[in-house]
Design a protein around this ligand. Structure first.
Ligand code: NAD
Ligand code: DAU
Length: 346
C-alpha cells in the first residue's frame, strides 16, 4: 500500500478540466481557501473550456496552466513526473447530455479512456489521492418518490451517464485491485457563473434576456436537484481532504425543482412573460427525476451547503446579465451550429 489514510495535507494538486464551469469555480475557490497550496490545471480547451474563466488567477504564482488532453498518456505522465502533485482531481469530461445523444463517441474517448489514462498515470506516479468528479446521473432516474443514496444501483440511461458510470467503475477497480487511493463524488445539477450556455439555466437566462423562446423539453415536469456551484466546490474540497479512500460521496442540496419551476423563476427575476416558454420535442431517454440523499457527506465529513436556491439563483441571473461580453465570446460558430441542429427542427 503506497498511501496513508492520514495524509490529508495536500500542497500541490493537479486539476483536469479546470477551464470549464465547475473546474474554474473550483480552482478559484481552492486557491482562495488554501493559501499555501499550488494548482496545476490541465485542460484541452474544448468548446466548453475557456481560459478567460480563470483570468482572475492567471498571474497567481501558485497557479500553472497546461493545455493537454487527458487521453494523451505521454503528456499526462510527463506532467505527473515533473510536477509530482499530491492529488489529482478529475473534472475533465464531455458534460452535455444532448451532445451525447447526437455524438456519443467523444464521450467514450474523453470520459472513459481519458479517465483510464489518468488512473494509470496516478498509479505509476504514486499519487496520494485521486478524486473523480462524477454525477448523480449514474443512478438513472427516480419515480415520484425516493432519493439516490451511495448504495443505489447504477443504471445510466444516456451515453453521457453511461460514460461517467464506466469511468466510475474503472476508478473503483483501480482502488480495489491496485489500492490506488481514490475518491468519487456524485453531485446533482449545478448552477452559477461561467456555465456554458447550452445548459438549462444559462441558456434560458440568455434567451429570456433577448426575448427569444425558451425550449422546454416534453411537459417541463422533469425534476432536477439544484446546487450552487460554490457548494459543490466546497464539497469536493472536503472529500479531497477528509474523505476515506475507496469511498463514494453523494453531493446535493435538497433542492428539487421541475424544469417549469426553474423557467418561471428565471422569467420572474428578469420580468419577462411566461409566453416565452415553448414546449418542444422531449430529449430522447430523458430521465424523469433526480434527487440526492446527502446524509453521508454531511454526517461523516461535516459538509453543509451554504447557499439557498432563492438567493443564489438571483445572484446567478445577475451574473449573466453583467457578463454578456463573456457570453458573446463563448458563443462560437461551433456553438451556433450546434444550436441550429439541436433546436432548429423541434
Ligand atoms: P464543462 O463542460 O463546463 O467543462 C469541461 C472541461 O473539461 C472544459 O474545460 C473542457 O475543455 C475540458 N475537457 C474536455 N475534454 C477534455 C480532455 N479530453 N482533456 C482535457 N480537458 C478536457 O463541464 P462542467 O459542467 O464543469 O463539469 C465538470 C465535471 O463535473 C464533469 O466531469 C461532469 O461530469 C461533472 N458534473 C457536472 C455537473 C453539472 O451540473 N455541470 C454535475 C455533477 C457532475
Ligand atoms: O445531474 C448532474 C448533471 O446535470 C451533470 O452530470 C451534467 O453534466 C449536467 O449537464 C446536468 O445534466 P442535465 O441533463 O440535467 O442538465 P441540462 O442543463 O442539460 O438539463 C436540465 C434539465 O432541463 C433536463 O431535464 C433537460 C431540461 N432542458 C434542458 C435544455 C438544455 C430543457 O427542457 N430544455 C433545454 O433546452
Amino acid at each position: 500500500m503506497h498511501w496513508q489514510l492520514e495524509k490529508v495535507e495536500l500542497m500541490k494538486i493537479l486539476v483536469t478540466g479546470g477551464c470549464g464551469f465547475i473546474g474554474a469555480n473550483f480552482i478559484k475557490y481552492y486557491l482562495a481557501t488554501h493559501a499555501q497550496d499550488t494548482v496545476i490545471n490541465l485542460d484541452a480547451l474544448t468548446y466548453a473550456g475557456n481560459l478567460e474563466n480563470l483570468s482572475l488567477v492567471q498571474d497567481d504564482p501558485r497557479y500553472t496552466f497546461v493545455k493537454a488532453d487527458i487521453g494523451d498518456a505521454p503528456t499526462v505522465n510527463r506532467l505527473l513526473e515533473s510536477h509530482a502533485p499530491d492529488a489529482v482531481v478529475n473534472f475533465a469530461a464531455e458534460s452535455h447530455v444532448d451532445r451525447s445523444v447526437t455524438d456519443p463517441e467523444i464521450f467514450v474517448r474523453t470520459n472513459v479512456l481519458g479517465t483510464h489514462v489518468l488512473l494509470e498515470a496516478a498509479l505509476r506516479h504514486k499519487i496520494g489521492r485521486f478524486l473523480q468528479v462524477s454525477t448523480d446521473e449514474v443512478y438513472g432516474s427516480l419515480g415520484a418518490t425516493g432519493l439516490f443514496s451511495e448504495a443505489t444501483p447504477l443504471a445510466p440511461n444516456s451515453p453521457y451517464s453511461a460514460s461517467k458510470t464506466a469511468a466510475d467503475m474503472f476508478v473503483r477497480a483501480y482502488s480495489h485491485t491496485f489500492e490506488l487511493p481514490t475518491l468519487i463524488t456524485r453531485c446533482s445539477n449545478n448552477y452559477g457563473p461561467y456555465q456554458f450556455p447550452e445548459k438549462l439555466i444559462p441558456l434560458f437566462i440568455l434567451n429570456a434576456h433577448g426575448d427569444k423562446a425558451l425550449p422546454l423539453y416534453g411537459d417541463g415536469l422533469n425534476v432536477r436537484d439544484w446546487l450552487y456551484v460554490e457548494d459543490h466546490c466546497s464539497a469536493i474540497d472536503t472529500v479531497l481532504h477528509k474523505g476515506t479512500p475507496g469511498e463514494v460521496y453523494n453531493v446535493g442540496g435538497n433542492c428539487e425543482r421541475t424544469n417549469r419551476q426553474i423557467t418561471e423563476t428565471i422569467l420572474k427575476i428578469l420580468g419577462k412573460p411566461d409566453s416565452l416558454i415553448q414546449y418542444v420535442t422531449d430529449r430522447p431517454g430523458h430521465d424523469r427525476r433526480y434527487a440526492i440523499d446527502n446524509t453521508k457527506i454531511r454526517k461523516e465529513l461535516g459538509w453543509e451547503p451554504q447557499h439557498t436556491f432563492e438567493t443564489a439563483i438571483e445572484k446567478t441571473v445577475h451574473w449573466y446579465l453583467e457578463n454578456t461580453d463573456w457570453l458573446q465570446r463563448v458563443l462560437s460558430e461551433e456553438y451556433r451550429d450546434y444550436y441550429e441542429k439541436q433546436y432548429g427542427g423541434r
